[in-house]
Design a protein around this ligand. Structure first.
Ligand code: PXP
Length: 238
C-alpha cells in the first residue's frame, strides 16, 4: 500500500497573493498529517513564489511528521537544505518561466551536478530522491549518482487524452517502477495526480509513495483540507 505525501505549496501560493499571513502552510501541514498524510512536501523555489525560507524552518521545527523538501540543484538551496536537514530532499529541475515543475531531471546530462548535490545531502543523512521521467537510462544514472530513491514524473500520464495513450503512459510507469525496484531503488511517483487518475498509479506493484498537491488543495476549497486528504488517502490505499 503506497504512502501519501501531501504537497502544501499552494497554501503558500494563496497567502502570497496578499503577502500577509493567511493561510498558514504550517497549520495546513498539521491538518494534513492528522487526516492521514504520511509526509509533508514543500518546494522552496529559487524565485520564492510560494513557500518562503521562514516556512521551511517553521515546518522543520513544528511538524512532527516526515518532511520532504523539494529543491533544485542550485548551490544556495543545497546549502539551505544542508542546514535545515529535512528527512528527505527531492531534487527537481527548475525554470523561472514554468507554471509548475514541467519535466523531470535530466540526470544523464547533469550527472556531475546531481552527484555533487546527492553527496552533500547524503552526508547530512538526508534521504535523496530524484524526480525523473519514466526512462530506464535516467533510472540507471540515478542509481549511479548515489540517490536511494526516485520519483517518477506522472505528468505525461495525466496529460494523455485518449485511452490508448493513457494506457501507454501507465505501462511506461509500471515498467520504470519494476526496473527501479530491480536496481534496489525506492520508487515514488507524482505530478498531475488527481482524484480520477490516481488509483491505477497507486496499484502499481512496488510504488512506495505518491506525492500530490494541486488536486488536494483545489478540492480542499470545497470540502475542507482534512476531508480532501482523507479522500485521496482512501484512493491511494485501496
Ligand atoms: N512531485 C514533485 C516532484 C513535484 O514537483 C510536484 C509539483 O510541485 C508534485 C509532486 C505535485 O504535483 P501536483 O501539484 O500536480 O500534484
Amino acid at each position: 500500500m503506497p504512502l501519501l505525501g501531501v504537497n502544501i505549496d499552494h497554501v503558500a501560493t494563496l497567502r502570497q497573493a496578499r503577502r500577509e499571513f493567511d493561510p498558514d502552510p504550517v497549520k495546513a501541514a498539521v491538518i494534513c498529517l492528522q487526516a492521514g498524510a504520511d509526509s509533508i512536501v514543500a518546494h522552496l523555489r529559487e524565485d520564492r513564489r510560494h513557500i518562503q525560507d521562514k516556512d521551511v524552518w517553521a515546518l522543520r521545527r513544528t511538524v512532527h511528521g516526515r518532511f520532504n523538501l523539494e529543491m533544485s540543484l542550485d548551490a544556495e538551496i543545497v546549502r539551505i537544505a544542508s542546514r535545515l536537514k529535512p528527512d528527505q530532499a527531492t531534487l527537481v529541475p527548475e525554470r523561472r518561466q514554468e507554471i509548475t515543475t514541467e519535466g523531470g531531471l535530466d540526470v544523464i546530462h547533469q550527472f556531475d551536478a546531481v552527484r555533487r548535490a546527492v553527496e552533500v545531502l547524503n552526508k547530512k543523512k538526508i534521504a535523496v530522491s530524484l524526480f525523473i521521467p519514466p526512462d530506464k537510462k535516467q533510472i540507471l544514472k540515478s542509481r549511479e549518482s548515489g540517490a536511494a530513491m526516485i520519483e517518477i514524473h506522472t505528468g505525461a500520464y495525466d496529460r494523455a487524452r485518449t485511452d490508448q495513450s493513457r494506457a501507454r503512459q501507465l505501462r511506461k510507469i509500471q515498467e520504470a517502477t519494476a526496473y527501479g525496484r530491480r536496481l534496489g531503488l525506492i520508487v515514488n511517483a507524482g505530478h498531475g495526480l488527481k482524484y480520477d487518475n490516481t488509483r491505477p498509479i497507486a496499484r502499481i506493484p512496488g510504488i512506495a509513495e505518491l506525492n500530490i498537491g494541486h488536486a488536494i488543495m483545489a478540492r480542499a476549497l470545497f470540502v475542507g483540507l482534512g476531508q480532501a486528504v482523507r479522500e485521496m488517502k482512501e484512493l491511494v490505499a485501496l
